[in-house]
Write a protein of this length. Sequence first.
Length: 168
Amino acid sequence: MLEEFFNPKPRLGISACLLGEKGRYDGGDKKDYFLAETFGRHVEWVPVCPEVEIGMGISREAVRLVGDPAKPRMIAERSGKDWTPQFDSFIAKRVQALTGLDLTSYIFKKNSPSCGVKRVRVYSAKGVPTQQGRGLLRGSRHERAAVASSVSRPLRPAPHDRPKNPII
């Protein structure tokens, strides 16, 4: 009965591919066994895959961030399709829903054009990459507003490039 009101495990958001969910452009995952199997016993995961949730499908054309690193566009590599409007719509809805789940933190997939925390490649119009960007989810005004409004339990995003210390 008390379990309905008190969950002793902290609730963390996570890029779904890190838990082994197949949702990447190549149909695969990026399962992190430490997170999924060891650390996962001590937390309640809330998996999120923006690309799948906006309807990009699994086994899809790869996307990249293009343009101004402060406000990049998500563009499909071969076809040139701009996924930015669908992604912006997703962010507005999903971040609000995640804020209501009282997440303690969120683990983002490193280097992801959707979720990367820092040093995400953003390509210029000439195709030259820089590593000055953030994934669209992390760079959104909605995400920043959600973090700012979570005063009692602020979201503390963590990139997936965790230290290799087995104690952590």
